[in-house]
Ligand binder design. Sequence first.
Ligand code: UD1
Ligand code: UDP
Length: 383
Amino acid sequence: MDKLKVMTIFGTRPEAIKMAPLVKELERRPEFDSFCCVTAQHRQMLDTVLDIFQITPEFDLDIMEQSQTLSTITSKCLLGLEGVFQQVRPDLVLVHGDTSTTFAGALAAFYQQIAVGHVEAGLRTGDKYSPFPEEMNRSMVGRLADLHFCPTESNRRNLAAEGIARGVFVTGNTVIDALGTTVRGDFKFTTEALNQLDYRGKKVIVITCHRRENYGEPMDQIMTALRRLALAYEDQVELVYPVHLSPVVQEAAHSRLDGLDNVHLIDPLTADEMHNLIARSYMVMTDSGGLQEEAPALGKPVLVLRRETERPEAVAAGTVRIAGTKGSDIFAMAADLIDSPAAYAVMAHAVNPYGDGKACRRIADGILYHFGRTDRMPEPFRS
Ligand code: UD1
Ligand code: UDP
């Protein structure tokens, strides 16, 4: 029987981190002919991931330019992918999550009537503009996809509520598979400042912030709250903030946080550095999606710098709280976790609502089942 030609498509840092273990799984299995195409919507932040996981894509559209608009990204991906699909004619295209690459990848495949599999399917806030444009990207991919790999049962229910019930598998999130390969007790950081931090004597807080819906006033409120925190707890906390390369984010962070001794504004970290930093930290403050999944698995409390989340599982488990984007609320919630051992203990326990490290195996098995290569459906992930 011919091998199944499966093409994975991704373009940004989080997609790459979460698709990397799946690329490896497809490469490992004899039933698949695996092709990897990157759009390079991100360049540097993508390349470090490819490097860490030792992935050499067969195709690289190299579309990144500084401060691109959503229309530019989408149209460049669509046009570039057309040629790639004509050349390879995959049986299945796999896209991940909710970026512009994800949406364009699914649409380009649909235009050529190639089956689409959506990894990390079924996350929803129900608010069209938040996160922007991710909520609509993932909703539209949900309509275009033939296969839906939901991390959790609640993601599956979101799809069911939209009438999507065929080709749905509950697999866990592939990010938990990735975490299993990166976190090590004896890890040495290449970013020397991180080796020097006093992880026992100080409360090391990991910060990230990059979302488009936070641009402007919300991001200003967030940065102001972080400044206040750094000053109020000068002797107790170290804020480590690897700043996203977006010029908007760079400006927002540096204009408010430069010049404080206990705030470390550093370059984006490689995925293995980030995972090991979280593992050694006191807590995380972030508007990132991925960090909301990783930190709970490592037993670290998370304050979410957004008004809502499409990842309610860790909120229900008690390790994640929505801090919002109002400076005074963010400061108060962080201060509570710094001041009160009891409040901290309530949140700081390891939970794994997002996966058991076997998501990629289930996805590969689900693909084989869909294409009639096996009678056995993968067992769903249960948290
Ligand atoms: C994108 C995704 C977002 C995801 C985020 C992960 C969309 C619309 N947004 O947002 O869902 O959460 O990635 O980080 O798809 N830049 C560089 N080098 C890089 C990466 C980015 O210089 O390696 C700069 C460029 O100026 C680029 C800008 O950052 O134009 C913004 O990148 P872009 O991919 O448009 O949006 P993100 O905010 O990164
Ligand atoms: N990450 C990283 N280096 C950094 C910041 C984040 O490797 O400097 C990782 C993080 O551990 C997670 C992913 O990038 O796996 C999250 O990506 P991002 O916050 O850019 O996007 P989102 O998850 O919000 O879509």
